[in-house]
Design a protein around this ligand. Sequence first.
Ligand code: CO
Length: 134
Amino acid sequence: MIGRLNHVAIVAPDLAQATATYRASLGAEVSEPLDLPDHGVTTVFVNLPNTKIELLHPLGEDSPIAKFLEKNPAGGIHHVCYEVEDIIAARDKLEADGMRVLGDGEPRTGAHGKPVLFLHPKDFVGTLVELEQV
Ligand code: CO
């Protein structure tokens, strides 16, 4: 059901430093920081030949990643995002299998303007999973 790995999201306590690490030390193609107020994050996209890394930093008061950074002050992997062709069909199959979809279960518009859902880490080997319809 799942397709390509769309991105791995990494929370960075210092976005400028993380950007420099990927751009200068790892030699990756890195975007300018982009504020996404609806998502409570500032993000930098790192384009790799086969996938993307998204460097995330909290934006605003109620950022969904603020708590993660409190627990992981050095930063760390926040979620992985897999592509699906039909997000509703994917959700219905997973729910039928007893997997937990976060929130109200309805897809939201993600950072790339496409429908996304998040799945409970306890059902997926301790990893927060995002599904994105492509
Ligand atoms: Co994501």
